[in-house]
Design a protein around this ligand. Structure first.
Ligand code: G6P
Length: 361
């Protein structure tokens, strides 16, 4: 693992996350009336591309479990090819750190042209003067500051923080959770900045061998597996590895992986497994892993300290324990650092990966 010298913009962005999340928790977050009104907003569509879509996939769990609003996540890059049907009472939450992604803007323009005034749009962006915020009925600007590296890190956790607050505030304002429960959820959120800081600091001491298991990093492919809230984090970790290291990294829901893709496993094939608690989902993934080990796979487990499901794996990385619903914030950190370290070990430009730009305009 690197010595954590703050020598690249991506590494600086990663280390800014405790402060960025603290700023997201402290900022004003006014809820538009139409979002609180049960007639105007009966369901949500979260629309985004890339890392923003992964943040939306995490938030889908929060919105459904806390606000009870049926929530779909749609890929803005697919929209104009096949515009999905939108039901009356849908509010669109459009997410983009840049606020300039063409696929997203085109999707919104198409919705606004074909259904004038019918669907309210809430934009969540990291740039105030962005076209996305201007097109929306209301906008939330995340206080992540300029993210100089192409790969999203702090803008991703900023989106998560705002979405988590939004889910709690909306659940309370719509009477789905009472004051006591809302206060408990906000108290969970308040633990985040410290937990992120501690996790980043402790990951420095958890290097395996001479690096993050340099042997498996020499391989050309890696899969990342998670269930439930960890499935989008598996996708996000894989995207980080593809963007910065140019390796074939694929994220899967661990259940889906068993329906065919696991045939790619062979001795030494690295599998990164994300496990966060002792819930049924994690017990299931643990039994999946036992099966994959019998195929000779090399398993790197990531989970909270004292979690009880990680023993017996080939490598283990631990993060701070926190309330289960907030584990995505912590579990993405080792994956961001892995992408950084792996790219550095290959002597690649982590801040400006080949072919990529900060957004596709
Ligand atoms: C590009 C970048 C991705 C980013 C995506 C969405 O494809 O390479 O890293 O996640 O755009 O960007 P946005 O600004 O809309 O969040």
């Amino acid at each position: 693992m690197s010595d954590f010298a703050k020598d690249s913009v991506m590494l600086q962005n990663i280390w800014q996350q405790p402060q960025v999340v603290a700023d997201c928790l402290a900022m004003d977050l006014p809820l538009p009336d139409w979002l609180q009104d049960p007639t105007s907003t009966q369901r949500l569509v979260l629309l985004a591309c890339g890392s923003s879509r992964h943040a939306a996939l995490v938030a889908q769990h929060w919105f459904e479990s806390l606000t009870k609003l049926p929530t779909r996540v749609l890929d803005a890059a697919e929209w104009t090819d096949r515009p999905p049907l939108l039901e009356p009472g849908t509010t669109i939450v459009a997410l983009s750190q840049s606020g300039k992604t063409k696929d997203l803007l085109e999707a919104l323009a198409q919705i606004q042209t074909s259904h004038p005034g019918e669907f309210k749009v809430l934009a969540i962006a990291n740039v105030e003067a962005s076209p996305l915020v201007q097109m929306a009925d209301a906008g939330i600007v995340t206080p992540a500051g300029v993210e100089g590296a192409v790969a999203a890190t702090k803008s991703f956790t900023a989106q998560l923080a705002v979405l988590a607050r939004l889910a709690v505030d909306l659940a309370q304002s719509r009477g789905i959770v009472d004051l006591t429960r809302a206060a408990a959820l906000r108290s969970d959120l308040a633990q985040l900045p410290k937990a992120i800081e501690t996790t980043l600091t402790e990951l420095k001491t958890q290097a395996v061998g001479e690096g993050w298991g340099l042997d498996w990093m020499m391989r050309e492919s890696v899969v990342l597996l998670g269930r439930a809230l960890m499935q989008p984090i598996a996708l996000e970790g894989a995207l980080k590895l593809k963007e910065t290291c140019y390796v074939h990294a694929e994220g899967f829901g661990a259940g889906d992986f068993c329906h065919g893709p696991m045939a790619i496993l062979k001795p030494g094939f690295p599998v990164i497994a994300l496990m966060t608690s002792s819930t049924l989902s994690d017990q299931k993934i643990r039994s999946d892993l036992d099966r994959f080990r019998s195929f000779g796979s090399y398993i790197i487990g990531i989970g909270p300290r004292d979690h009880g499901l990680l023993p017996g794996l080939d490598e283990v990385l631990e993060v701070e324990p926190i309330a289960d619903w907030l584990m995505p914030f912590l579990m993405v950190l080792p994956l961001q650092l892995l992408a950084y370290d792996w790219a550095r070990s290959l002597d690649l430009d982590v801040d400006q990966p080949r072919y990529l730009t900060k957004f596709i305009g």
